[in-house]
Structure formats: C-alpha cells, structure tokens
Design a protein around this ligand. Structure first.
Ligand SMILES: Nc1ncnc2c1ncn2[C@@H]1O[C@H](COP(=O)(O)OP(=O)(O)OP(=O)(O)O)[C@@H](O)[C@H]1O
Ligand SMILES: [Mg+2]
Length: 315
C-alpha cells in the first residue's frame, strides 16, 4: 500500500451531525446513518459503496458530498464493456499518427532525421495522453470526489481494474511510469445491486444501503425540491407513495417519482390528493401497465375523496 497524503484543500468534516447539516445546506436530506458513513469515509480515506433500488438518491449523494466538500466531481459512468481505455487512459492515436507524418515530411524535406527512439519518447509523452476519469481523479491536485456510478454494470474483470486503483491509489502507465495519487480522493461507488460485487471490492469500501426514505425524510425532500408546495400536499404525496410501496408491484415508485408527482400536482394547481387525483396521475408514479391496473382496481374500491392507495394505511 502506497502512503498518500490525506485530502488537501477540501473542507474537513467535523462530525456525522455536521455532515447531515452540511448536506441539507446543499439540498440533500440525509439521516444520521448516511451522515456517519460519509463522515467516516472522509476521515478514514475509504471509498463508500452505496447500494439500493433505483432513484433513492445514490448518485445525488455523491454530487452533494462534492458540493459539501467544495470539491470537483469526477464521474466514471459504468456500462457493460467499459474498458481501461475509457476508465483510465488511452493514447491519442490520431495525434500520434499526425506527429509521425509531420516527422516524415520534415525528413523528406531535408531536415535531420530523428531516430525511432526519440520519436517514440515524443509520442508517448504527456502531450498525447488522454486522461479518463480514474486517472484524472488520481492526478488531481485540487479536491475531487470520484463517483464510480452504477459499478454493477461492468464485468468482473473490469472490477479488478478498479480494485487496483482503489487499493493503491496509483496507476501504472508502461510508457510513462507509475502515477501516484497526491491525495486520496473521496470515492463514491454506486450499485443497483443487479449483480453481486466481488468480496475484494466490498472489503475496500464502507457500505451504505440507501433504501426508500422514511415518511419524514421524504417529506423534507419534497419540501426542499419542489418549490411552492404546501406542507399538507407534500405530506399527502409521501403518504400515498408510501402506501404504494407497501403493495406488491413490479416496480415501486422511487424518490424521483415522488418528486415528479409532487411537481406535476403543483403545476396542475392541485391542492389535495384524493383517489380521483391519484388515479388520473398514476402514470407519474408507476411505470408498468400491470402496476397501474392493479392500483387503479384497488382505488376503485375506495370511497371517492379518500387519499392514498394500498392495503394498509401508512404511518
Ligand atoms: N436524500 C435526498 N435529498 C434530496 N434529494 C434526493 C434525496 N434522495 C433522492 N433525491 C432526489 O431523487 C432523485 C433521484 O436521485 P438519484 O438520481 O441520485 O437516484 P439514484 O439512486 O442514483 O438512482 P439510479 O439507481 O436510478 O441511478 C434526484 O432528483 C435527487 O435529487
Ligand atoms: Mg444513479
């Protein structure tokens, strides 16, 4: 393990409570558990692996931590087939070819020929290097938060590449040598849990499971993110969403959908949520036809004017 300095220039986090407060100030409503994991990750210099269903604020957490630390967000969006060239670095082949062509033209124009070695040194230098997010984060001199988003989408072999970077905070480039981090960047990995990540990767990270927020926290999120919404409407919205999450559905509404629904209700000038409002706007909350039909059928059994859906009444 290479010794590297702790982050310099980034704002330090004083306590979990301070993290919760700081995140709220940048628009992210966290609970004590989130605050503790973020605090410890920053102080211990360890990556955070955030896992949970879609739309529960995993990516947003990384962005908000960057804002909290006044750090630049460097994002590696993962996808199937992501390779070293897109994650770490690659050589700018076009530019290298151009340089070789210019070199040849100069030679035939009578200028002194350079040996291959010299040319090789030239075209495998910094000028021809295309930095990708992992290398960018490692080499940064300013405070950065590295977001490795949706890491469960990459293959196991590519995960090994991440491991190397996250355990030693260094990257070896054969033509240039080893690049060591000047500071340990704050790293946030997110996963939708579509596949099991390797033990080795998990071991290096602090684990944070982000499920659906409590009614209180979701109401606070709605109030913070939907301008002009009344407290009462925000409360009704989150309670209906909560009751939908208690039903057996293909896909439960996430925080994203709660926010979309709340924003739409405000735009439509709706002040109270009742069964007919819920019924006519269900497509904003549910994205499967079977789910919409199931909830509509459930709502039809309710007296008009009742708010909510689902089989049990929410807290
Ligand atoms: N705690 C929170 N505070 C403020 N906003 C939140 C919070 N949680 C979620 N949101 C909002 O919910 C939306 C979805 O969040 P985000 O994109 O981070 O979800 P995700 O977990 O990364 O989803 P996916 O797995 O689909 O990428 C965003 O608009 C975000 O602002
Ligand atoms: Mg995301």
């Amino acid at each position: 393990m290479t010794a590297v300095a702790t982050p310099s220039g980034a704002a330090r986090l004083g306590s979990p409570a301070e993290v919760v407060e700081g995140l709220a100030a940048v628009g992210y409503l966290a609970d004590e558990h989130i605050g503790t994991v973020v605090y410890l990750a920053e102080r211990l210099g360890k990556p955070i692996l955030v896992e949970g269903p879609a739309g529960t604020g995993k990516t947003e957490l990384a962005k908000s931590v960057a804002a909290l630390l006044s750090a630049r967000l460097v994002r590696l969006q993962c996808y199937e087939g992501l390779d070293e060239a897109k994650a770490l670095y690659e050589w700018n082949y076009r530019k290298q070819l151009l340089r070789i062509q210019v070199e040849r033209a100069e030679e035939s124009g009578g200028e002194g020929a350079r040996g291959w070695r010299e040319l090789e040194q030239d075209i495998f230098s910094e000028e021809f290097l295309l930095e990708r997010p992992l290398l960018e984060a490692i080499r940064a001199t300013d405070p950065v938060v590295l977001l490795i988003d949706e890491v469960d989408r990459i293959e196991l072999e590519t995960e090994a590449l991440l491991l190397e970077v996250l355990s030693d905070y260094q990257v070896s480039i054969p033509e240039l040598g080893t690049v060591r981090a000047r500071q340990i960047p704050m790293v946030v990995l997110t996963s939708n849990d579509t596949r099991e990540l390797s033990e080795a990767l998990k071991r290096r990270c602090l684990y944070l499971y982000l499920g659906y927020p409590s009614v209180e926290r979701e109401r606070a999120i709605v109030l913070a993110k939907v301008p002009g919404i009344e407290h009462r409407l925000a409360d009704e919205v989150v309670r209906v969403v909560r009751s939908l999450r208690e039903m057996e559905l293909e896909k439960h509404p996430s925080v994203s959908e709660t926010l979309d629904w709340a924003r739409s209700l405000v735009l439509l000038g709706i002040e109270r949520v009742d069964t007919s409002v819920t019924e006519s706007t269900l497509h904003l909350l549910l994205k499967y036809r079977a789910d919409i039909e199931k909830v509509s059928a459930e709502l039809a059994t309710r007296a008009p004017g009742t708010s909510g859906a689902g089989t049990s009444s929410p807290r």
